[in-house]
Every structure is written in structure tokens, then in C-alpha cells.
Design a protein around this ligand. Sequence first.
Ligand code: AP5
Ligand code: MG
Length: 192
Amino acid sequence: MALRLVILGRQGSGKGTQCARLVDHYGCIHISTGDMLRAAREEGTELGRTAGEIMDRGDLVPDDVMIGIVGERLAKADIMENGVLLDGFPRTPDQADALEDILEDQGFRLDVAVNLDVPVDEVMTRMLARGREDDTPEAIERRLSLYEEQTEPLIDWFEGHGLLEVVDGLGTEDEVFARVRVVVDERLAYGY
Ligand code: AP5
Ligand code: MG
């Protein structure tokens, strides 16, 4: 069956890391909006140039831009057939509303949203060790404070829609993956 899953979590909580394993296991297609924006920057498109500046500041790209990009991608045949694992989208309640509408128009709905729970001091350590282009101390701080402000209401959104599962994101990558599989498999089995 084609899974439609959202992975949430603070910056550096391990979303991308777990997504690589989840797509192997469940056969759905991984969409990382951060990866899409970084690819656009590499290609030097107009979107890439605008988004690049925003990302370097640690700010969020405007909702209408993100909704347009993701909506286009979700309509492609591979995702319609195999399902999707959304990483980094939605990031605001408005993006979540838009996602719900897009899926409904396609005759689908989300199965579950997994929130990887990792404390701030640990994500700081992980990101500084990783050293991506936007992993400067200033941008990390800005991303984390925006997360608490804008993205935390998302957790309430998913909870209100009965879709939220919180998973402890501390421990080895294998340990976290095993925990995520348990909650996803339960959702798929019981569909609550
Ligand atoms: P995005 O690329 O989504 O970045 P992010 O939210 O900052 O999240 P990260 O990718 O940094 O963290 P991750 O959770 O994937 O962790 P990872 O697996 O790498 O977005 C970048 C920017 O794009 C945003 O700031 C924004 O400007 C823009 N953007 C994107 N989507 C948007 C949207 N929808 N709306 C508006 N703007 C948007 O892990 C981190 C590190 O920890 C790695 O080094 C990893 O090896 C390590 N690690 C992972 N798991 C473990 C473990 N269990 N133990 C120890 N280390 C671990
Ligand atoms: Mg990531």
C-alpha cells in the first residue's frame, strides 16, 4: 500500500537521516523541501538565488512559493503510485492546510505525522558537526527560534487532526528507526 507520511522535528533532529531508511523500507518517494531548494541553488535558478539568501539567514521561504513547488511534485506519477514521505514540509499550519487540500483533491489523505523529539542542545551539537552551508551558528539559532515560533503550532495542527505520533529521537540511528517503524506499522495496521 502507498504510504503518505510526514516527518517533523527540530532542525538537525535526524529527519533526513531517518527518511533515507524509511523510503527503502516502505517504498515511498522522499521529498525534502530543503534538498529541493539546495538543488535549485546549485542550478542557479531564480528560485535558487532567492531561496538561497533566505536559507542563509535561517528564515522560511514564503508559504505560497513552497506550496506551489510541493503541489507540482505531488502530482507526478511516481508519487501518485508509490506514496510520499514529506520531510521539511509542511512547516507552518497554512502549509498543512494546503497539503490536506492537495491530497484530498487527489483522493488521498495522510496516514501519520511522526515528530522526532530531540532536545535543543543535542541538535546544536549535531548541526555544528555536520557543517552544511547554512549551518553557521547565527543561522542555526535563527532556524531554531523560528521553529519554536512557527513550526510548533504545526504539532498542534497534527494533534488536532489525530495524526501525530511522537518518537524519541535520541539514541543510535538504528534505535530511532526501529521506534519510527513501530508507530508507522501500528497506524497502517489499525488506521486510527
Ligand atoms: P531543511 O533542509 O529542511 O533543514 P532543517 O529543517 O534545518 O533540517 P535539517 O535538514 O537541518 O535537519 P534534519 O532533521 O534533516 O537532520 P539530519 O538528518 O540532517 O531546510 C533548510 C532551509 O530551507 C530552511 O531553513 C528554510 O529556509 C528552507 N525551507 C525548507 N522547507 C521549507 C518550507 N516547507 N517552508 C519554508 N522554508 C523552507 O541530521 C542532522 C545531523 O545529525 C546529521 O549530521 C546526522 O548525521 C546526525 N544524526 C542523525 N541522526 C542521529 C542520531 N540518531 N544520533 C546522532 N547523530 C545523528
Ligand atoms: Mg534535512
